[in-house]
Write a protein that binds this ligand. Sequence first.
Ligand code: FAD
Ligand code: SF4
Length: 513
Amino acid sequence: MTCLVPLLGDQLSPGLAALREADKADTIVLMMEVAAEASYVPHHRKKIAFLFSAMRHFAAELRDAGWTVDYVALDDLANGQDFDSEVVRAVARHGATSIVTVEAGEWRVIDAQQRWGALTGLPCTILPDDRFLFSRTDFADWAHNRKRLVMEDFYRLMRRHTGILMDGIAPAGGQWNFDIENRKPPRKGMTYPPLPAFAPDAITAAVLDLVAARFGNNFGELLPFSHAVTRDQALVALDDFIRHRLPRFGDYQDAMVAGEDHLFHSQLSSAMNCGLLLPLEVCQAAEAAYRAGTVPINAVEGFIRQILGWREYVRGIHWIAGPDYTARNHFGATRDLPAFYWTGETDMRCLAESVGATSRHAHAHHIQRLMVLGNFAMLIGTDPVQIHVWFLAVYDDAYEWVEAPNVIGMSQFADGGLMGSKPYAGGGAYINRMSDYCGRCRYNVKQRTGPDACPFNSLYWDFLARHRDTLGRNNRLLRMYDGWDRFDAAEQGAIRAQAAEFMAALPGKAEGY
Ligand SMILES: Cc1cc2nc3c(=O)[nH]c(=O)nc-3n(C[C@H](O)[C@H](O)[C@H](O)COP(=O)(O)OP(=O)(O)OC[C@H]3O[C@@H](n4cnc5c(N)ncnc54)[C@H](O)[C@@H]3O)c2cc1C
Ligand code: SF4
């Protein structure tokens, strides 16, 4: 009796359910680098290199631990280049009698997993992914019959459910949420601790050569490459964050600074999302630092809320929203994604900085993603599918379960409010308050109209005016519509003409995308 355990690229956890339940003596772990996955969206080169390197290191670690691993590399001649054909080939190669796998984080891949039984004629068990802190069914139960799926309600439930940052039945520090103390703008002259860098070893060097040869035309800078690609390295990165950046994480969570791509963020999403780190251990490490007195409550609560709250919440939304979630288009938006999302060639400094960070690291921090890149795409009425594909392609932490709710729901409001109670729309004033971008921008953030006016300003008002029929009765937007109504007709006309002129001059799609 031989059991085949196909293990996906984001399942690099030694405690994965399929491994926990397997017997090393009669199990073949199958790991596959396939072109279908590496190219179903035009992934950033660093993202591909990171995942292939982490997979190869994980395979070596499994072998060291006594597992039999069949690793199909991208350039293996017989590689069928998709999961289905590789599972069928492996079953024949090993005379497997059953298949056990852990459910993928994407509907598309779950469909494939559900085919494997019929394709091979073997019993195929798909286990839940229990690395998350709340199951799919528990989330569906929580969401059932609720009028609104409020993240803060879910987060408090998760605090109670896990006991994290709890003193008995009370929240640590006496309140659930310390956001009021967070979100300070960056201070002039502030310095930011460097990230730990991990030099490529021979495995990573081989992957970098492969990616350069096979994905040479993809977006993003491949070198320098310093990602943590093993669990040990990811643990070093976690420790480094807790010591050096977590203490100020809360204060400057929403800040943006030109030339500073990481600030006090953890940069742990790629390691967590592929399984090198588990969310529970990350939260526990942060809580331990707070209990030891090295991290203030506003920082630790703000950080834990992102993982225990937002991360689990968006995953729950992804599963209850169903496979057609990414096709939602509440505003009927149809504009092509402007080419500068791929090239960075724009004189809007906030966008150029954010695309630049994305190109350098396959990473940008939350406010760059939400209030610059996502906000701009929504204001100009970008087709949600195109911006969804962009976000899925360019970030090393992007998998559909986490990317789609953040993009389709949070940043584009394309789901019509399943996730958020109002669109995250903002003008130049927000970006100016939270960053130092505007000072050296070619545009003037204080102006709404005229040749030097910041495009975000007219686009923001035009967006509100354009969608008044659907957004005008939203209580959370009444103040903004009051603001719009205070402009006289001539000013309103000038703002809308400015926005129309700007949008008409936008570049179209980048060639090849
Ligand atoms: C438009 C848009 C797209 C996004 N796409 C992704 C994505 O593809 N993958 C992804 O992991 N995150 C995504 N996020 C959420 C967030 O921006 C990233 O998790 C974060 O920037 C990762 O950097 P970090 O590890 O330094 O995070 P930190 O700021 O240090 O936060 C700590 C952790 O909290 C979690 N987290 C924080 N916010 C969110 C959130 N909104 N949803 C889920 N987890 C969250 C992450 O695991 C993160 O590592 C997106 C956000 C937006 C607005
Ligand atoms: S002035 Fe406008 S376009 Fe320029 S950086 Fe500021 S918000 Fe961005």
